[in-house]
Structures are given as C-alpha cells and as structure tokens.
Design a protein around this ligand. Structure first.
Ligand code: PMT
Length: 421
C-alpha cells in the first residue's frame, strides 16, 4: 500500500523559535492528583518552558498556590474577578500568551464544563478564550471515568481538538482499582513531544481483548485478556492523529477518546470484522488473545450433567488465524502481531514473524508477575521481519499506556520507511 512520502508534522508555535521552550499555561483542577502537578511544573520548567499556573478554587484545597509560585517563579492566578491580577496581565492577554494549555489533573467536573463551553471560572474562561493547543490529563475515580456522561464528554473534547493523555489504570487514592489515575508527570512531559500529526492520514485497525467461543447457550471458552493493552494501543494511535478502528472482544473498558469501536464475541466474528475494516487501512495491530479453537458444534440447549459419567469430551476445531489471513491479503497493510509467551521470547517471536508473515512482533513474557494479562504494566521485545537477527528492541516494564505509545511509534516509523507494496 502506498503512502504519501515523508512524515507530516503539525507545526507548533514553539518550533518557530528553535532552542526555546514554549509558553505553557498549566491548569490545575480539584483532584487528589493535584499534588503531582507541582512535580509537573518543575519538569516543565527544567525542560526550558515558560510556565504560568492557573488553579481552580477546589484545587487549592489539595495544593497551595504558593507551592506552584515557588516552583515557577510566577504569581499563580486563581480568580477571574481579581482586579489586582487583571491589572498585571488580563485574562484575555493570558489566553493569548499561552501556546499550550495543559490541564493536569482534569477532573470529571472540569471536563464536563469544558465539553459544554462553560466559562464560569478563570480556567474554563481561558480555555474558551484561547486558540492555543490544548492538552489534558484526566484524573478521577474509575467509576466516574466509566460513566456514560464522562465517556461522552471525553469524546466531545477530543472532537473539539483537545488531546487527552491517559488516564492510566491501576490503584487509586480512594482504594479502587481501574482506569482514572493521572499519568505520571514524566509521562505527561514525554507525551507533549508526541506530535499529534505524526499519524495523520493513517488508518489503524487494532484487535483487543479475548474472544468467547460458545459451548452451549450459557458456557464458553475464553482467556484472561482484559483488553488493557489493545485499548492503550488504540488511545496512543488516536493521540498521534490516526483514524483508529478498534475491534474488541468482550471487555469492561471505556472506549478511548476519538476511537471507533466495533464489539465482537467470537474469533470468527473478529475475523470477519478485521477483514471488513482492514480494507484500505495502513496499519493492522493484532493484540487480541484469540481462542485458537472453538467447539465444533455448540449445544443448542444447556448441557446437563450426566449421571454416572465422570468425563466429558469436547470436540474442538481450529479457528481462523486472523492476523495471518490479514498478512496474506493482496492489499495487506503493515501488520504487527503480539506474541504471548512464557519462555524463549525471541525464538518464538521470530517464529511467529515468519510463520504468520508479519512485519513486526511485540513479544511479551506473560509469566512475569505484574505484567501481561490483566496487569496495568507490560514489558516487551520488538522484532522485525526486514531486519537482521540482531535488530530488536527491548521495552522494560512500564505502564501499558507508555509501552503502547512506543509500539505505535515504532510501527508508524517502520511503515513510513517501508517501500510501497
Ligand atoms: O488484554 P490484556 O489483559 O492487557 O493483556 C494483553 C495481552 C497479554 C493479551 C497482549 O499483550 C498479548 O500478548 N496479545 C496476544 C495474545 C495471543 O493470543 O498471543 P498468541 O501468541 O496466541 O498469538 C499471536 C498473534 O496471533 C497475536 O497477534 C494474536 O492476536 C494473533 N492470533 C492468534 C490466534 C488466532 N486465531 N488469530 C490471531 O490473529
């Protein structure tokens, strides 16, 4: 498939002044993650950016303006109706000053107000009044993040041009576990360098989660995939500006902002959706844990326990190999497969690369505690087809959101460099 040559990059105001940082307005809203904003402000300053901070009233219950003032060397703005502050730099001037507005943490309430165009405090007013690039790092309880209202608001904000970084998944300050944790300041800083236009013009199809293979109307064969890795890949590709089509097996995860989701259950449904959506796509990433086998003839009615029989024999037949069949298409996209292994990572990864006709394989060791299936972190070994046996890259343990960005970046770089087929 041919691609327009060269990488298209969105121009940013700071790029006009090479060597200089950008003028960043850091907005802090009322979440417990606000304590991390102090470190974020510090890192932004260290990276050479000019930083001014605006805090909502609620944010000041979590961290004081004085802390941010000490770290940035600038007075912190907290109120829209503050004559003294307005006499210095009026809010419209401040809105024009900013090249980038970064809201971290962005609470569910702030997201709702921004999604609906409110201007009822200084931060929302500045966001509405500014043409700057806008980025937010959501942070909230996992149940709030999953609510349809928040999902709607996140989608609307992405449509309005906001770039959403995260949230991460894992232990939360309230004791819950799930998606909603603010990205770590280091990850936010790194993500600011992810040029949103890097994947512009590309369509990416991603499979995620497990498949379910029915045995009878109430039972099925499946596996422990949570979908976290595949959803993180989808979020990363969308962040980079790609059109993302996510084919998901049954999982309990909200759709990442800006991603088009297609839900399926069985491997055969996933296979059909993959071929329908792969038409004209540039990059296909198979992260789903697809069941290799299904029941040859699922029972029409619930199977009953048979008296006197201690065993039950199920006859299974092979499912189609989705990724191998995508790689075998005449109009094949660049194809990236995953390999879930418990030993000999590199050997099995290279075997899959060759046997399935893939361009790149992301091999993860699913026997390591805290990584792989269901975990919030992962580590991987990347190998490629076109390169020599020594060309590989190790990605150490890290949050799946970060690993996903590294994988997507690698895939896009390779695909851009690949000769048209
Ligand atoms: O979902 P999480 O909880 O976040 O966990 C992530 C993960 C561990 C599931 C993920 O990182 C991962 O490793 N996914 C691939 C799991 C797997 O099924 O590996 P495999 O070695 O069996 O398959 C190799 C490749 O072939 C994969 O790209 C798979 O999507 C694909 N495949 C496999 C069988 C099949 N019938 N069709 C396929 O397309």
């Amino acid at each position: 498939m041919s691609l327009s040559p060269g990488r298209r990059k969105a121009s940013r105001p700071g790029e006009d002044r090479p060597g200089e940082g950008r003028r960043i307005l850091l907005g802090i809203s009322a979440g417990i993650a606000a304590y991390k904003s102090a470190q974020l402000a510090r890192l932004l300053k260290q990276a050479g950016h000019e930083v001014r901070v605006v805090m909502t009233e609620g944010a000041q219950a979590f961290i004081t303006p004085l802390t941010l003032q000490a770290l940035t060397g600038e007075a912190v703005r907290t109120s829209l109706l503050d004559p003294e502050a307005e006499a210095g730099m009026g809010h419209i001037e401040l809105a024009r000053w900013a090249e980038l507005i970064l809201v971290a943490p962005a609470t569910a309430d702030l997201m709702a107000r921004l999604a609906h165009g409110h201007a009822d405090d200084l931060l929302t007013t500045l966001c509405l009044a500014s043409d700057a690039e806008k980025v937010m790092a959501p942070a909230m309880n996992q149940a709030m993040w999953r609510q349809p209202a928040t999902v709607r608001n996140a989608r609307r904000l992405a449509e309005d041009g906001w770039r959403l970084l995260g949230p991460d998944s894992g232990d939360q300050a309230c004791g819950d576990v799930g998606p909603g944790r603010m990205l770590e300041p280091e990850a936010i800083l790194a993500a600011l360098d992810d040029t949103p236009g890097d994947a512009a013009g590309l369509t990416v199809v991603i499979t995620a989660g497990p498949t379910r293979e029915p045995l009878d109307p109430v039972r099925y064969l499946s596996n422990h995939s949570s979908g976290k890795m595949g959803f993180a890949l989808a979020a990363a590709a969308a962040t980079l500006g790609a059109r993302v089509l996510l084919i998901s097996g049954p999982v309990a995860l909200p759709t990442p902002a800006g991603v088009e989701r297609h839900d399926v259950e069985s491997a055969r449904e996933m296979h059909d959706a993959a071929h329908r959506l792969a038409q004209g796509c540039h990059l296909f990433i198979g992260c789903a844990a697809v069941a290799d086998y299904r029941a040859e003839t699922p029972a029409e009615h619930k199977m009953k326990k048979r008296e006197g029989e201690h065993t039950l024999t199920l006859r299974l037949v092979k499912n189609p190999d989705i990724i191998a069949s995508i790689a075998a298409r005449e109009d094949r996209p660049y194809v990236v497969g995953f390999a879930a292994e418990t030993r000999d990572l590199e050997a099995y990864a290279r075997d899959k690369l060759a046997r399935k006709g893939l361009d790149m394989v992301v091999a993860n060791d699913v026997s390591r505690a805290g990584l792989g299936f269901g975990a919030d972190d992962n580590a991987a070994l990347l190998v490629w087809r076109e390169a020599g046996a020594t060309d590989q890259r190790t990605l150490p343990p890290q949050p799946k959101s970060q690993l996903a960005m590294a994988v997507v970046r690698q895939a896009i770089d390779r695909l851009r460099a690949a000769p048209p087929s």
